[in-house]
Design a protein around this ligand. Structure first.
Ligand code: CP
Length: 302
């Protein structure tokens, strides 16, 4: 494995190796000195053309915990504003000795393009509406840590599937790992090709909730919408938001997940977001260990 572009590229064994490696590296976070020398002398560039809180900071912390040198590049304030292309930006960073490039871009396929231009490893940190592989991996890690397994679990992914890179990466990874996935959304927020995805589809959240071990709520991606996809926020929440009453209809051990950022009061109520059954903060913590694992396996592992 040279790049991490799509969870669809991972075999079951490769995905399990990443999760197991993350579990071992998580112990570094419990030490007083949270550092390993593994990637000393390696340079990781965080190349972010879109905003990020969780992904960028956790990739930076992960690389630093492995002793890599980290360069944070954001399109705002760079020569991108003068018209420099992604290719020329990438070649410039490569000329400075980047061993790994973590890229987030608004264009679907940007990470794949980059992988053709640079010699180092490319890690897709979210490309348009296409994929967000490390998010799916940290989600799978969190489910396994909470529920002890992935095989046979019933996972509902709820909300704006159409504009979500998290949904596609999760469907591909979770089915590889033996889970059964149901997408739940209004018809307007499902891709036309959804029948080709390896999962079921429902329009009825209340029907799916009692049969789910894991419910992943997705944010409505208003920044990617160029039309009206539902009548009002209130109507969306009534059909596809989770609140205390809906949480009570889920099996006792079932968990609620959210990749963040959450919009409280829309897809998730404050009561559910702050509930011990919601894993949103654990997901962020697990994201550091998971990103350490992929950096280690791509840049320094054997
Ligand atoms: N989940 C996620 O990708 O969050 P950020 O946009 O803050 O990185």
């Amino acid at each position: 494995m040279r790049h991490l572009l799509s969870t669809g590229d991972l075999t079951r064994d490769e995905a399990v190796l990443i999760l197991d490696t993350a579990a071992e590296l998580a112990q570094v976070g419990d030490r007083s000195v949270k550092k390993l020398p593994t990637l000393r002398g390696r340079t990781v560039v965080n190349l972010f053309y879109e905003d990020s809180t969780r992904t960028r900071t956790s990739f930076e912390i992960a690389a630093k915990r492995l002793s890599a040198d980290v360069v944070n590049f954001s399109a705002k304030g760079s020569s991108v504003s003068k018209g420099e292309s992604l290719k020329d930006t990438a070649l410039t960073l490569q000329a400075m000795g980047a061993d790994g490039v973590v890229i987030r871009h608004s264009a679907s396929g940007a990470a794949h393009r980059l992988a053709n231009w640079v010699d180092g490893s490319v890690l897709n940190a979210g490309d348009g509406t296409h994929e967000h592989p490390t998010q799916a991996l940290l989600d799978a890690y969190t489910v396994r840590a909470r529920l002890g397994r992935l095989e046979g679990l019933r996972v509902a992914i709820v909300g704006d599937i159409l504009h979500s890179r998290v949904a596609r990466s999760n469907v591909l990874l979770l089915t590889t790992l033996g889970a059964h996935v149901t997408l739940v959304a209004p018809p307007t927020l499902l891709p036309v090709s959804v029948h080709t995805w390896p999962c079921e589809v429902s329009y009825d959240l209340d029907d799916v909730l009692p049969k789910s071990d894991v419910v992943m709520m997705l944010r409505v991606q208003a920044e990617r919408m160029h039309a009206s996809f539902f009548p009002s926020v209130r109507e969306y929440s009534r059909g596809y938001g989770i609140d205390g009453a809906r949480l009570a209809r889920m099996p006792e051990d079932a968990i609620v997940m959210h990749p963040g950022p959450m919009v409280r009061g829309m897809e998730i109520s404050a009561e559910v977001a702050d509930s011990p059954r919601c894993t949103v903060v654990e997901q962020v913590a697990n994201g550091v260990s998971l990103r350490m694992a992929v950096l280690y396996l791509l840049l320094g592992g054997s």
